[in-house]
Write a protein that binds this ligand. Structure first.
Ligand SMILES: C[S@@+](CC[C@H](N)C(=O)[O-])C[C@H]1O[C@@H](n2cnc3c(N)ncnc32)[C@H](O)[C@@H]1O
Length: 308
């Protein structure tokens, strides 16, 4: 297979003098190379501005104040090297900058964990209102499939009196989660734990179980843009219909929820498959910025196999 031409040909790099020049050229290069945007930035302009600001150590969001500033030769070399990794090597921006933002919250991230972008973050920003009427009464939370630990950290802010566990099967991901929990000073309240779903949790029960499981079905896995192939496949692949982990979750969650507990789960594009597989289950679909089909909530007594 022939490789596309490099995004920043050596002969042209020296002609880029100002930040505006670099921004314009980066947007053009991303457009020419078909860069895929799925890791926190909606388009080339937004992502290019973020990367240039980060690469020049400018305060977040301030790059537009410096557009006519010239860069030094050393800065340009450093920026072009970074942009080649993003555009030619298809490395998602958060793996380059080692950070991802969910609202106001910054999380450390590297290739050991999925880049944080869960729709559950929207809902936690609002403490799962109105579904959880008194967030201060939540005492225990489980973040299953925690990855970077981002949702466990956001849950600690959403439910100020809660303690909880942050579970992942990947020791690599858990190392990233531990770092984020420590960076937020939450070691007393959020406990990263190695487990295959509930296997190591014994008889522990929770008020809220959050889960953003791997849910990409086999066909979608085969056609993933290269940027997603930089992430751990374990974080994405959900089996033939995407529901492998979700089926196990639905079968076991009731054993780990308090009587009035709730399960809140992200399912990507699997809503139709899920509703076909569980026609009797009264899923409540929660609104996120992307739509109403991506996250369900079930009370314990609504879980499959529970009497109603
Ligand atoms: C979609 S990622 C979610 C990460 C994080 N919660 C987020 O929202 O960014 C799914 C995570 O589930 C973990 N995982 C996959 N299978 C698992 C299992 N059987 N038990 C526990 N964790 C699992 C993966 O290692 C990965 O970190």
């Amino acid at each position: 297979m022939t490789r596309p031409p490099p995004s920043f040909p050596i002969a042209e790099v020296d002609e880029l003098v100002t930040i505006r020049d670099l921004l314009r050229y980066t947007v053009s290069a991303m457009t020419r190379q078909g860069t895929f945007f799925g890791h926190g930035f909606p388009d080339a302009m937004t992502e290019a501005a973020y990367l240039l600001g980060w690469g020049l150590d400018l305060p977040p969001g301030s790059v537009h104040d410096f557009l006519d500033a010239r860069v030094t030769a050393a800065e340009r070399e450093h920026l072009v090297e970074m942009l080649r990794r993003r555009i030619d090597d298809r490395v998602p921006a958060p793996y380059i900058t080692r950070e991802a933002w969910l609202g106001e919250h910054r999380f450390y991230v590297d290739e050991r964990a999925l880049v944080p972008r869960s729709f559950l973050a929207d809902l936690l920003a609002n403490s799962l209102s109105p579904w959880i009427p008194s967030p201060e009464e939540i005492g225990t939370v489980l973040d299953l499939c925690t990855g970077s630990g981002c949702l466990a950290v956001l849950a600690a802010f959403a439910f100020p009196n809660a303690r909880g566990d942050a579970v992942d099967i990947s020791p690599d991901a858990l190392a990233v989660a531990e770092r984020n929990v420590a960076e937020y000073g939450l070691e007393d309240r959020v406990h990263p734990l190695h487990s295959d779903l509930f296997a190591e949790l014994g008889g522990r029960t929770y008020d809220v179980i959050l889960c953003n499981p791997p849910y990409v079905d086999d066909a979608a896995m085969r056609s993933l843009p290269d940027e997603y192939r930089r992430e751990p496949a374990l974080a994405l692949a959900g089996g033939q219909d995407g529901l492998d982990t979700i089926r196990r979750l639905l079968a076991e969650a009731a054993n780990h929820l308090h009587a009035d507990g709730v399960l809140v789960t992200e399912v990507g594009h699997d809503r139709p498959a899920l509703e076909r597989a569980y026609p009797e289950t009264p899923f409540t679909w929660l609104s996120t910025h992307a739509g109403d089909d991506f996250v369900f909530l079930l009370a314990r007594e609504q879980l499959p196999g529970r009497s109603r």
